[in-house]
Structures are given as structure tokens and as C-alpha cells.
Design a protein around this ligand. Structure first.
Ligand SMILES: [Zn+2]
Length: 144
């Protein structure tokens, strides 16, 4: 018998963005209340815990804080970059278009670096919700 164990915690942040390539509404400046489910897979320690939820929060929150209440700007979005540099607004420049798909991969790489140091954790799955009715999901497991 093989049993698997996964635990998850939810994170939230507010963020503005736009998709310059988009031919409709998403090219405009707008924002979302993002929700990220961070789900880890693995086994328990002697105390019956994979990882303390508090420790999970301590690991993930610094990454979330980088994005919270910022404008996330694609490095090729010259219109926005020119504007943002004239302000004191919080913004973050990334090397990809700011779709949910690209964002979930970005978080996957960042968070896997943090969680993979724990030998009891064998996998990470993320579900990123931009809206109540849509999500992008990505995951990875430890290379055997
Ligand atoms: Zn959007």
C-alpha cells in the first residue's frame, strides 16, 4: 500500500498588472486579489508533522510581500516602465508577461528553492487564483 500526504496553506495579496499583448480588456491597467494555495507533499517527522504551518508562513510571506500592493511590470512594457520610474509607487519588474501561467511558474521556482531543503518534503504544487472562477496550477517533485 502506498499512502501519500499533502498539506496546504493559502496566501493572499493585492497586485496591479496589465498584459500589453492582449487585444482586449487585459491590456488595460487593472488588478486582482490573488490567492495562492501552496501544497507540499512528503512525510511526517517523529512528531507527526510535515512542517509547521507557522514555519510555512515564515518561508512564503517574504516572497508574497515583494508582490503585495505593487504593480508587476513586464520588462518589455516600456510605456509602464517610463511612467513608473517617475513615481514613488511600488513596482516590480519581471522578465516575463504577467499572466497567471508565468506567475505560477515563477512562484514554483522560488518556493521550491525554499521547501526542497527539507528532506521530508518531496513535492510542491501551487494553485494561483487571479479570480474566483479561474486558476493556474503547477507542480514539481524532487528528482529521484
Ligand atoms: Zn489581470
Amino acid at each position: 500500500m502506498t499512502r501519500t500526504l499533502r498539506i496546504a496553506r493559502e496566501f493572499h495579496w493585492e497586485m496591479g498588472h496589465r498584459l500589453p499583448f492582449h487585444l482586449s480588456g487585459c491590456a488595460n491597467i487593472h488588478g486582482h486579489s490573488y490567492k495562492l494555495w501552496v501544497e507540499i507533499e512528503g512525510h511526517c517527522d517523529a512528531n507527526g508533522m510535515m512542517i509547521d504551518y507557522g514555519e510555512m508562513k515564515q518561508l512564503v510571506m517574504p516572497v508574497i510581500d515583494e508582490f503585495d500592493h505593487c504593480f508587476l511590470c513586464d520588462e518589455n512594457d516600456d510605456v509602464m516602465l517610463r511612467f513608473l520610474k517617475t513615481t514613488n509607487f511600488k513596482f516590480k519588474v519581471v522578465s516575463f508577461t504577467t499572466t497567471a501561467e508565468n506567475l505560477v511558474f515563477h512562484f514554483l521556482d522560488r518556493l521550491w528553492e525554499l521547501f526542497s531543503v527539507f528532506p521530508q518534503i518531496s513535492g510542491l504544487r501551487l494553485r494561483l487564483q487571479e479570480t474566483d472562477i479561474s486558476y493556474a496550477e503547477a507542480g514539481r517533485t524532487r528528482e529521484q
